[in-house]
Design a protein around this ligand. Structure first.
Ligand code: UD1
Ligand code: CA
Length: 485
């Protein structure tokens, strides 16, 4: 039966990720190098989503196990195909297509090391390729410095004739500044045929994918060039200096997009926001701050200066100043910092406060609860409006196990207290400053473990005679004895 509905075009994506990336000089394969929240490969796979492909094949080789493990996390549907020896980009695509014998329509090929490619640009390339009924289309860019890249060679009419690697190029071809970005669309049948004809007659003795263009053009098949709207998108990444360059460019791109959507970034040059972060309008980010991983910040919150948030949720109107936070949830209008360290499992309620030199871990603070100064709060729940005095330590670890402490609503823990877990301070209870508490304090009780104070009269005069302290004490005694003076 003939179907009347029009079918989506059939497409396969092939990502080339088998190379070592020698110039990185790293134990980590190049495509797994991190770049603002994703690996290089992760960025390419996200852009590749624009192809709406039936299947994505990723060619792996160098440290294949590591790359496959990463793939199973970030793109579990992608099919890894092993290229045991890296005999060139043409060889890699040939092996990839052998793994998908039923592939039809368009094959989109992407180098795994071109992370700034935009999805819209890839969509534009595919659209130009398919609507033009072409055999092959290459993404190209005009660049100031084409060193190391393949050059687009055009004929007298301006049509693509072939792509030539720099190391195989004549001085005339080297002078060309239109480069191959390493991103292509092909008709699958014509690509298979051309791949079967590749030679290794070049400076590296490899099968070059780029030679497919010369073969197709030479046999009269229509081939074309799609010019990237922004040459930056085509930048590859071969060493760590280039990686840092890409990082700075992506930072600027990410920051500009957030500013355009209503986020205030006071110093974009020192603000690093992973592509995986989400921000609402009227968030303010002050200088020297890093927002990483799955961090999200809601409207009106202020973050920074000098703050690192990893996988942290900041609710509306909160203020987080000079803080390092990992895996915490910061409630609406809560205040954190300066110099606070929030660790995983920290959950702060509305208007809760964590102040200077306070570390928290697996700790829940109710609405309006406060830990203002110099404390460690581990494995604890603290009720709404409770106040934890300066220098309080939640002693959660007995050397073998971790234990929980709970502090009830509106309880008041005096300064310099040790709460030895497991222990419970009831709602409305007080703990006297300087206590070491290891038994429950029932609701409304005062818990106190201090020794009684006694004063030894005249001690300074006897034991510290002749000191400034003794002189001060003597003057105070005389003044008390003769209040008229
Ligand atoms: C390639 C292009 C060049 C283009 C440049 C853009 C070829 C012959 N040249 O050169 O025209 O300007 O990209 O960045 O294609 N790979 C494999 N298996 C292999 C070889 C490479 O999977 O056998 C992968 C690499 O991991 C990398 C990609 O293919 O992700 C490109 O390989 P690379 O060696 O970096 O090619 P370039 O020399 O940069
Ligand atoms: Ca490259």
């Amino acid at each position: 039966m003939e179907s009347r509905v029009s079918h989506a075009p059939r497409r396969t994506v092939v990502v080339l990720a088998a190379g070592e990336g020698k110039r990185m000089k790293s134990a980590t394969p190049k495509v797994l190098q991190p770049l603002l929240g994703r690996t290089l490969l992760g960025h390419v796979l996200v852009a590749a989503g624009a192809a709406e492909a039936e299947r994505t094949v990723v060619v792996v080789g160098h440290k294949a196990e590591q790359v496959e493990a990463h793939l199973s996390e970030v793109a579990p549907a992608a099919v890894p195909v092993l290229q045991a020896q890296q005999n060139g980009t043409g060889h890699a695509v040939r092996i990839a297509l052998e793994a998908v014998p039923d592939a039809a329509g368009t094959v989109v090929v992407l180098n795994g090391d071109v992370p700034l490619l935009r999805a819209e640009t890839l969509a534009g390339l595919i659209e130009a390729h398919e609507s033009g009924g072409r055999a092959a289309t290459v993404l190209a860019a005009e660049v100031a410095d084409p060193a190391g890249l393949g050059r687009i060679v055009r004929d007298a009419r301006g049509d693509l004739e072939r792509i030539v690697e720099e190391r195989d190029a004549s001085p005339e071809v080297r002078a060309l500044r239109e480069i191959n970005a390493g991103i292509y669309a092909f008709d699958v049948a014509l690509l298979r045929e051309a791949l079967g004809k590749l030679s290794t007659d070049n400076d590296q003795g490899e099968e070059y994918l780029t030679d497919v263009f010369g073969l197709l053009a030479g046999s009269g098949s229509p081939v074309g060039v799609f010019l990237a709207p922004d040459a930056e998108e085509t930048l590859g990444c071969n060493d760590r200096a280039e990686l840092a360059g890409l990082r700075a460019r992506l930072r600027d791109r990410v920051n500009t997009a957030w500013m355009r959507s209503g986020v205030s970034i006071l110093d974009p040059a020192t603000t690093w926001v992973d592509v995986t972060v989400s921000l609402e309008p009227d968030v303010v980010i002050d200088q020297n701050s890093q927002l990483l991983g799955s961090t999200s910040v809601a409207a009106g919150a202020v973050v920074g200066p000098d703050t690192t948030l990893v996988d942290t949720t900041v609710a509306a109107g909160a203020a987080v100043l000079r803080t390092h936070s990992i895996g915490a949830e910061i409630g609406p209008e809560a205040t954190v910092g300066p110099f606070s360290y929030l660790r995983p499992g920290t959950r702060l309620g509305r208007k809760a406060k964590v102040g200077g030199f306070v570390e928290t871990k697996n700790a829940e603070l109710g609405d309006g609860a406060k830990v203002p100064h110099l404390s460690y709060v581990g494995d604890a729940s603290i009720g709404a409006k409770a106040n934890i005095g300066a220098g309080t330590i939640f002693a959660n670890y007995d050397g073998v196990n971790k234990h929980h402490t709970s502090v009830g609503e509106a309880a008041f823990v005096g300064s310099d207290t040790v709460l030895i877990a497991p222990v419970e301070i009831g709602p409305g209870a007080y703990v006297a400053a300087g206590s070491a508490i290891d038994k429950a304090v029932p609701p409304g009780n005062l818990g106190v473990t201090r020794a009684q104070q006694r004063n030894i009269e005249g001690w300074t005069a006897r034991r510290r005679a002749g000191t400034v302290s003794a002189a001060a004490a003597e003057r105070a005694e005389q003044a008390a004895a003769d209040p008229a003076e």
